[in-house]
Design a protein. Sequence first.
Length: 270
Amino acid sequence: MVLLALMQANSTVLDVDRNCHAVDEAARDAAAGGAGVLLTPELFPVGYAPLRVRTELDPARLPAVHRRMAEIARRHNIAVVYSLPAVTANGQWQISAVLVSSRGEELLSYSKVHLFGPEERKAFSPAEAAPAVVNLDGIRTSLAICYDVEFPETARAAAARGAELLLVPTALAHGFEEVPQILLRARALESQLTVAYANHSGSEDGCEFLGGSVIAAPDGSLLAAAGTGAELLFAEVSAEAARDARDAVPYLAERRPAVYRAWEDSLRRD
């Protein structure tokens, strides 16, 4: 059993110092509350404004931000999930998420596969690598980012690799209330893993964020849900919850991937 803390907050676009200070304070409060891991929103240290971030952020600053996040984790003795732009070896910009341990060591990284909207598609390139899985305090843990989790294939790929907990930094605007209220619970239920979804709140560069962060259990029930403002959510998560759900209804064990591939192949032939 691990106590998970989820940070819902308002960032300031390209004010890295202010945003990192907010993460520092959230990590302090989460650790004081007994949490072992803190999940933060998508691109929070730089703010969510894809075109401005792409054109105004000097990528040479990114290593220092990674070091600062690692130092926050070490200082407060709490694992932290954070999201930043990443520049690949061939110069492509992607949206990434990183999990660092309470010692500040990188345990897991992931780059966003499904980009949402014209601004993201102009600013970033989509990744292709499947979500990987790491043992975090006894819970098999994976990462996805925002729009990724709206595709059942993403959560199912994590679950098929053994994930029991899926941590999702997000940046969801008003008008998409059904995503945290309905879709996230369905993702947790159908892939039988805990899904934690950390959103921004307030307004950033003209975008009004929904808030509404949630932590959904493997049976589809809500463990915690935020309102529209800044908030620090807590919920206990465990490997046993995922295992119990999978024992009760063996969705994963009873999948028929070869049949599904045949369905896809028949579409291509038609």
